[in-house]
Design a protein around this ligand. Structure first.
Ligand code: ATP
Ligand code: MG
Length: 430
């Protein structure tokens, strides 16, 4: 039996595969390059944390009653019987690293970003994978509304740069601890007469963490929650001030948003601002990015009491929206010259020319398989080559050959001196 990739995972291939055009590595490289550039323009620095951590980190950091921890974690024992989990998200690991390395000693504000795989044991379906990838940011230090607005602005800047259209920002406040305690009472009062009609899961949530019910995906729960009291009515004056200030700044930045008092987000660590970015182009899995403020998390890991705000966006969903909206994108450039030998005599010449090119940092490739020019040119096109250059006995004797630009079919005769290729490469316009 042929071995296949595990259920809910996928390969990212150089040529894409059938309908799943978003699985081309060139597209991923294009998107990741834009993300890195955008993060850098906003002053965020990269952090890389391990793919697995002690399970305890997520139990404590994400919250034991959340879907992620209670149902979705890939947990295993290492050979010394320690409980480990593949990371389901990046926020807890970033906070752990921040505390472990005393990064607070390096200044009062810290802005991190990460790109990498996350693991959740979900029922595989379109837009939902067991290994998916997230771009996320975490900004530690500033507790004011400017920092909330900046991360939302960065997320939308990335989406805009990638060319995504028709996105909606939903924003809410879950207030501070006082606001939530008062709201929790009101929500419990409202739900009490309906407990038996809640989904089984939400009946457990009702006992353990009633706010979580607002995040339920069960249609009956959703219906009930529609008429639940609004958390925005229970905000303390400070929480209300913060929320209004964030909305004001978004307005100043020209960002359209919808206030949605039912967003609580699926993780326990949030307070104050929470937000989601939605698309209509993906069917059921319509959230492409989400985040919020989590001021208590770093202190919870025995670090300094430092406020924090961040977001994470799923790259699969971003790429799928790009494909659904036929967003233009560019694959990274392939070889500048693709040498095609005519006959065995020319093989070594081509091979050595390509080697010289690479020494001069000119990307180059040689056709080593095809016996005919036609199929060789097809190979050059598939490799993303800019030019091809066919070399036979005549060209070798003259030291000159025709350079053909594959996109325009324009031809020019060049000398086979490396200096000439260097000149051409320096003048390229891509
Ligand atoms: P959902 O409500 O869709 O389950 P979530 O609340 O679990 O999402 P977050 O934990 O906020 O999602 O993760 C951030 C982003 O990561 C999501 O907005 C989504 O784009 C992406 N994401 C989360 N889980 C998956 C998954 N299993 N497969 C693909 N992308 C995912
Ligand atoms: Mg989820």
């Amino acid at each position: 039996m042929k071995i296949q990739a595990p259920k809910g995972t996928f390969d990212i291939l150089p040529y894409g595969c059938g309908e799943e055009t978003w699985r081309q590595s060139g597209l991923w490289q294009y998107v990741e390059a834009i993300i890195r550039q955008a993060a850098s323009e906003y002053g965020y620095l990269e952090i890389r944390t391990p793919i697995y951590e002690r399970t305890e980190l997520f139990d404590r950091g994400v919250g034991e009653t959340t879907d992620i921890v209670s149902k979705e974690m890939f947990t295993f024992k290492d050979r010394s019987e320690r409980l480990m989990s593949l990371r389901p998200e990046g926020t807890a690991s970033t906070a752990r690293a921040f505390v472990e390395h005393n990064l607070s000693l390096h200044g009062s504000a810290h802005k991190f970003f990460y790109i990498g795989p996350m693991f959740r044991y979900e029922r595989p379906q379109s837009g939902r994978y067991r290994q998916h990838h997230q771009f996320g940011v975490e900004a530690y230090g500033p507790g004011g509304p400017e920092q909330d607005a900046e991360v939302i602005d960065l997320l939308l800047y990335v989406y805009r740069w990638l060319g995504l259209k028709n996105l909606t920002v939903h924003i809410n406040s879950v207030g501070d601890a006082d606001s939530r305690a008062k709201y929790r009472d009101a929500l419990v009062q409202y739900l009490k007469p309906h407990v038996s009609s809640l989904s089984e899961e939400s009946q457990v949530r009702f006992e353990k963490n009633p706010l979580r019910i607002l995040d339920s995906k069960d249609p009956k729960d959703k219906e009930l929650v529609q008429h639940a009291p609004s958390i925005l009515k229970y905000l303390t004056p400070e929480a209300e001030k913060h929320f209004h200030a964030v909305c004001h700044l978004l307005g100043k930045l020209g960002i359209d948003y919808v206030v949605n008092d039912k967003i609580v987000r699926g993780l326990d660590y949030y307070n104050q601002t929470v937000f989601e970015v939605l698309t209509n182009d993906l069917g059921a899995q319509n959230t492409i990015g989400a985040g919020g403020r989590y001021d208590g998390l770093v202190a919870q890991f025995d670090g300094p009491d430092i406020p924090a705000v961040g977001f994470a966006t799923g790259l699969e969903r971003v790429l799928q929206v790009m494909m659904a909206q036929q967003t233009p994108w560019n694959a990274p450039a392939g070889p500048f010259v693709y040498f095609i030998p005519l006959g065995d005599e020319a093989k070594e010449t081509c091979f050595l020319l390509a080697a010289q090119c690479r020494k001069a940092h000119i990307p180059a490739s040689v056709e080593l398989m095809a016996k005919k020019v036609g199929p060789a040119i097809q190979n050059a096109v598939r490799a993303g080559a800019v030019h091809c250059c066919v070399i036979g006995i005549d060209e070798m004797a003259k030291g000159r050959a025709v350079l053909k630009e594959l996109a325009t079919r324009q031809e020019s005769e060049i000398s086979l001196e490396i200096a000439e290729l260097e000149r051409l490469y320096a003048r390229r316009t891509d």
